[in-house]
Each structure stands twice: as C-alpha cells, then as structure tokens.
Design a protein around this ligand. Structure first.
Ligand code: NAP
Ligand code: GLV
Length: 306
C-alpha cells in the first residue's frame, strides 16, 4: 500500500514519521511530481497537479475538518473524500468559543481597561437569560460548542440543515427557520462549512436580525462573513462586538480594518488546531477499515460540499 503526503504549509517530516510508525506495512512518501501512483493521499491545500497525476487514489484524507479548499479543485471522481472528525478539535473549539462568550458576557475587556487606569469599579451583574447564544452549524464542532455553553446557563439555540435533537439546545433547521433562529439570538457563533449555500451568510440583512447588542463569533471560514456589513453594524451600534478567528484573506492583511477596530478581537486561525497524533490515529484507523472493505465515517458529500 502506498500513501502520498501532500500538505502545503505543514512540516512534512513529523507527519510522515508518524504515519510510517502507525502503518509500518505502508510505503509513505512526500509527494513529488511524477511520483508513482498512490492508493491513499493525506492532504492539505495540495496543488491541482497533485490530483491530475494521482488519478487512481482510493481515498483522500484531508487533515482538517473543512474541505472548502479541496472542493475548488478537480478531484479524482471515484476517490472517497474523508475529512477529520473532531480529532481533538472539538474541545479546542469549545474552549475558544466559551472564552469569547464569557469575555463578552462578564465584560472582562471593560475590567481590563479599568485596571489599566487603576479604576476599582464593580459593574452591574448581567443575566444569562439576556444573552441567548445561537450556533450556526450543529455538526461535530457546533454540537460540542452548543452543549458546552448550556453548562454556563445561557439559553442556547442551534441551526442546521437537518433537524437535530441535543439536550438543552433549541434546534432550528433549514432556510425557513433561519430568520426565527437569528431573531432569538444575541451571541452568534458560526460553525458552518463554507459551501455555495453558506458563503456570505453573515451579511447585513441577517446580522440585523440579531437581538440588539448582538455579538458575532466567526470560527468557521472568513468568506461566511461580509466584512463591510459587520463594520457597518458595529459602527451603528446594533452589534456590540465580534471575535474573529478566520478571514477572507489569511494572514489578515496588515492594513485590514479588523486589526485596529475597538470592538473586534482577532486571532490567527487558531481556534481549533489540527493535532498530529490524534489525526494520524484517526486516518490510519480509517485506512485499515477501507483495506478491510468496511465503511468509514467522515465521508464528504461532494454535492453538498461538506
Ligand atoms: P460538520 O460536522 O460537517 O458540521 C456542519 C454543520 O453545518 C452540520 O450541522 C450541517 O447540518 C450544518 N450545515 C451545513 N450546511 C448547512 C446549510 N446550508 N444550512 C444549515 N446548516 C448547514 O463540520 P464540523 O466538523 O463541525 O466543522 C465545521 C466547520 O468548522 C468546518 O467546515 C471548518 O470550516 C470550520 N473549522 C474551523 C477551524 C478553525 O480553526 N477556525 C477548525 C476546524 C473547523 P447537518 O448536520 O444537517 O448536515
Ligand atoms: C481548520 O480550519 C479546519 O478546517 O480543520
């Protein structure tokens, strides 16, 4: 069995070493042009040439949860496309979103500013009931985030394509229920995959539906958000702030208004990192299952785009 590794922006040696150690019977190689045909590929942002040459792949393993980058390429039509499912990302996402929600709800930025000027001033306590959280996308990551937030006592809503039942989370499904979901939400978390349907979903019309004093946390993809619409709603006062981990152009350009906007917190796409050992264990388990002719979870539906 031959495995080709082709991950742009990822140090290849430790990944290849981990794959070789977990699958000693396989030949695991860093892809180079005109390499022999592989059975499986482990990829992140590969060039089109990789797939043009490796047309006989049985399965393609993406070392991330989101496959929007791959969906822009011409992939071998019969290869299974498999994404990471959790692999240590769900707890990181729950940590990240919880800190953003709690920092806003408990006004920690206000207290940091007060401390900077030596001010001792206790503000009025806020009520969880006044800060309903809505999570767009109730998949592997969104479900974990939504359920974590229920533990703090926030009312939590979730929106997905198909109806979901999650304890403590009020579910909304499909385009018909998006308006009601947004109207019941004050803190909005985006954990949707980027597809033709979800591109630009965080626009002026939809963000205007949030309860007054709305707050936006985008941890999915930059192209979900219409940047200038967020700025307009922050500047008009309808939105109170935003925490953004993902951007239309990454790294976020030095001149981008998000860097210095007083109501926006920026992080460099770190809300849920790919963890090498957890990811290799998951991928190797699935390769062994495919070799035995078994079905695997995490298959991407190419029509839906996620
Ligand atoms: P997932 O398990 O595939 O979940 C996607 C969720 O979105 C599902 O609940 C799905 O509904 C819903 N959805 C998709 N299209 C929809 C539509 N048109 N209308 C309503 N709901 C829709 O994905 P995941 O593993 O949770 O990951 C989500 C995204 O997080 C990834 O695609 C990636 O972009 C992003 N991400 C970011 C980072 C980071 O570090 N910033 C790290 C990892 C992932 P159904 O359940 O009904 O199918
Ligand atoms: C990271 O953004 C991922 O999709 O895993």
């Amino acid at each position: 069995m031959r495995i080709s590794f082709c991950c742009t922006g990822t140090p290849s040696e430790p990944w290849i070493a981990a794959l070789r150690s977990a699958l000693p019977q396989a030949q695991v190689e860093l892809w180079a042009e005109n390499a022999p045909q592989a059975d499986y590929a482990v990829v992140w942002a590969p060039p089109q040439r990789f797939f043009d040459e490796q047309s006989g792949l049985k399965a393609i393993f993406n070392i991330g949860a989101g496959v929007d980058g791959l969906m822009k390429l011409r992939l071998p039509p019969h290869a299974a496309l498999v994404r990471l499912e959790d692999a240590g990302m769900a707890v990181q996402m729950a940590e990240y979103v919880s800190q953003a929600v709690l920092r806003h709800f408990r006004e920690f930025d206000v207290y940091a500013d007060q401390a900077a000027s030596g001010q001792w001033l206790q503000r009025r306590a806020q009520r969880h009931a006044d800060f309903p959280v809505g999570v767009l996308g109730l998949g592997v990551l969104g479900a974990r985030v939504a359920q974590t937030l229920t533990q703090f006592g926030f009312p939590v809503h979730g929106w997905s394509r198909t109806a979901k039942v999650l304890e403590g989370v009020r579910g909304y499904a499909g385009a018909d229920q998006l308006q009601d979901f947004l109207g019941a939400t004050r803190i909005l978390v985006c954990l949707l995959p980027l597809t033709d349907e979800t591109q630009g979903i965080l626009n002026h019309a939809r963000l205007s539906l949030l309860l007054p004093g709305g707050y936006v946390i985008n941890v999915a993809r930059g192209a979900h958000l219409v940047d200038q619409d967020l700025i307009a709603l922050l500047d008009s006062g309808h939105l109170a702030g935003a925490t953004l981990d993902v951007f239309r152009t990454e790294p976020l350009p030095a001149e981008h208004v998000f860097w210095k906007h007083p109501k926006i917190q920026v992080t460099p796409h770190i809300s849920a990192r790919t963890l090498r050992l957890e990811s290799v264990a998951q991928i190797v388990g699935k390769i062994m299952a495919l070799q035995r002719g078994e079905a695997v979870a995490g298959l991407v539906n190419r029509q839906q785009g996620y």
